[in-house]
Write a protein that binds this ligand. Structure first.
Ligand code: PRT
Ligand code: ZN
Length: 297
């Protein structure tokens, strides 16, 4: 088989996205033999290989056709699309992956007066995302100086080199530690599966289809719970109304108790103690909440 008959996925070599990305691919039935230099991982079983790189390089590796897919933060993907030279292959976000969640936000020093983006007029803003920040400022009609920094953006105001920053925020701890306060969210981000906007027309396209189907199953299952309970026929209606979202429940008879039914419901998310207590009050007994491992509709 020629090398490029195989699908190639770029992902972060070592960082926040590495473990969850590998875990996700493994759940999709992919396994890899790690090569010694750990740049290239050969896929066993399915014709899918991995390229382990810095996250910032992932969009251009896809655009150049070196890789077919990439697992990368939406922040990195969108910044690439906004700043890539004209004529660069357009990329598409195929799926949000539900990990690596964070937001790209404006933050200003605690004591700075700030009521609206207009307060940034004429100010200097430090960021690693000049494309996303520039587009946002333009949409708000604000003229400000954009200072591009590769890292340690959060210390720029204290050093006096910027008046505000535009950076990724997760818990907010870094902002607090640097006496900054978050004022506007420019982008809600998470890891996404990125690809060229035109999918490969050869065998790799078929493998991509298969992978997307498995991925959808894995993502759906990850959030799903199976709820089992027993109830009398008369209590069913109020119980069903309390069930967290999902397809219609299945009802099964309980041996030797003609009035009793076993209800099985797939729930599209966590089932909380509070929800269980409410359902119990409505007449349910013997309740179980089970994680779902695999699902194929
Ligand atoms: O070496 P390489 O270039 O591959 O790694 P990297 O250092 O550029 O990336 P890495 O591993 O830090 O982040 C990879 C991706 O994870 C990012 O592109 C985001 O999509 C996502 N992500 C999720 C985050 C965060 N959460 C995050 N909190 N990326 C960075 N941060 C940083 C942020 O820049 C700030 O310095 O964490 C700090 C803020 O965190 P809190 O919790 O204090 O608010
Ligand atoms: Zn990076």
């Amino acid at each position: 088989m020629k090398e490029r008959d195989r699908l190639r996925i770029a992902m972060q070599k070592s960082g926040r996205l590495t473990e969850p990305a590998l875990d996700l691919l493994q759940r999709c039935g992919l396994s890899f033999r790690q090569s010694r230099d750990k740049l290239f991982c050969f896929g066993e079983g399915e014709p899918v290989d991995l390229l382990l790189v810095r996250d910032d390089d992932i969009p251009s590796l896809i655009a150049q056709g070196v890789c077919d897919l990439g697992i990368v933060g939406r922040n990195v993907l969108d910044e690439f699309q906004l700043t890539a030279p004209e004529g660069t292959t357009r990329l598409a976000e195929l799926r949000p992956l539900g990990f690596g969640r964070c937001r790209l936000s404006i933050a200003v020093p605690q004591e700075m007066t700030y009521e609206s983006p207009q307060h940034l007029q004429g100010k200097r803003i430090a960021t690693s995302y000049p494309g996303l920040l520039g587009a946002w400022l333009e949409a708000k009609g604000v003229q400000a100086g954009v200072m591009t920094l590769a890292g340690s953006v959060e210390i720029a105001p204290r050093l006096g080199t910027a008046d505000a920053i535009c950076d990724l925020v997760q818990s907010g701890g870094t902002l607090v530690a640097n006496q900054l306060r978050e004022t506007d969210v420019l982008l809600e981000s998470e890891a996404v599966l990125a690809a060229s906007a035109t999918p490969p027309a050869d065998e790799r396209g078929d493998m991509l289809e298969l992978l997307l189907k498995r991925l959808d199953g894995v993502i759906q299952v990850r959030e799903s719970r199976l709820l089992l309970l027993q109830a009398s026929r008369s209590a069913l209606e109020p119980i069903i109304r309390l069930l967290p979202g999902g397809p219609q429940p299945t009802l099964l008879p309980v041996a030797g108790q003609p009035d009793q039914l076993l209800l099985q419901a797939l729930c599209a998310g966590e089932v909380s103690w509070r929800q269980l207590e409410e359902i119990k009050k409505a007449g349910a007994r013997e309740m179980f909440v089970l994680p779902v491992e695999k699902m194929l509709a």
